[in-house]
Structure formats: C-alpha cells, structure tokens
Design a protein. Structure first.
Length: 134
C-alpha cells in the first residue's frame, strides 16, 4: 500500500511567460535542485519523459529558460482507464547573475534528469596599481 505522505505532486505552471505555446498540453514546473560551489553552479531538474531532442534551453540577457516537450502516446487499440501521473511539458524560467560564464555552460540529460553546469567567471584578482607622477 502506498504511503500517501510520500506521494510527489507535480506543480502546474501558473503562466508560461515569454512565448505563447501552440501545443494544447499542461505545462509543469519541474522540481529543481541548485547547488553552488566555488567555481560553478549546478542546476538539476527532474523532467520525466524528456530526452536531448525534446529540451530547449535558451539564455537571453540574464533570463535562462528551460522547456521540455513530452510526447506521450497510448498504445494502439488501447485506452487509458486510470491515470495517477499528470502528463505534460515542463518549463522553468530563472534570472541568472553576471557571474556566470555564458560561453561555457554545459547541459546533459539522462533518464529524464537534466543537469546544467554553469561555470562562474574567474574572480578578478587583486592587483597593485602603480601611481605615476604627472
């Protein structure tokens, strides 16, 4: 018997911002972990049903948008009689700081888990500035 206190509920996105989508599907906010280290920030997003061909990640100015498209089909000659898991696309939008090196961001996905590695810019080192006369 399932323990009701441990069931995970998917959160439907309240609005899809930026662009209007043409697909008539629900859009969910994927659960995300953000881990910050000295030299990078790692974002891990749970997006069941997506693969490298169905994820679109854009960085425009300081706005990072993650969109995952899920295609789910019922097998031929069958019908859905009961569903406990909501099926739909995923979208999250973040504002990132200027400390991220935009040219070196890497993304990979495996088994529906997106891992986005965002290296930080090299911290400026202190230097002595020589003062000249005149």
């Amino acid at each position: 018997m399932a323990d009701k206190s441990k069931e995970v509920q998917k959160k439907e996105a309240e609005k899809t911002d930026v662009a209007e989508r043409t697909r008539a599907v629900k859009i969910y906010n994927p659960d995300v972990d953000i881990i910050e280290g000295k030299d990078r920030i790692i974002l891990i997003a749970d997006m069941p049903g997506v693969n490298e061909n169905s994820i679109d990640i854009t960085l425009d100015d300081n706005v990072l948008t993650i969109y995952g498209k899920v295609d789910w089909n019922i097998p031929e000659k069958m019908k859905l009689t009961h569903a406990e898991y909501g099926v739909g696309d995923y979208q999250r939008i973040f504002t990132i700081s200027g400390e991220i090196n935009r040219e070196k961001i890497e993304a990979n996905v495996k088994d529906g888990v997106l891992r986005l590695i965002m290296p930080k810019n090299d911290a400026p080192k202190m230097r002595k500035i020589t003062v000249n006369a005149g």
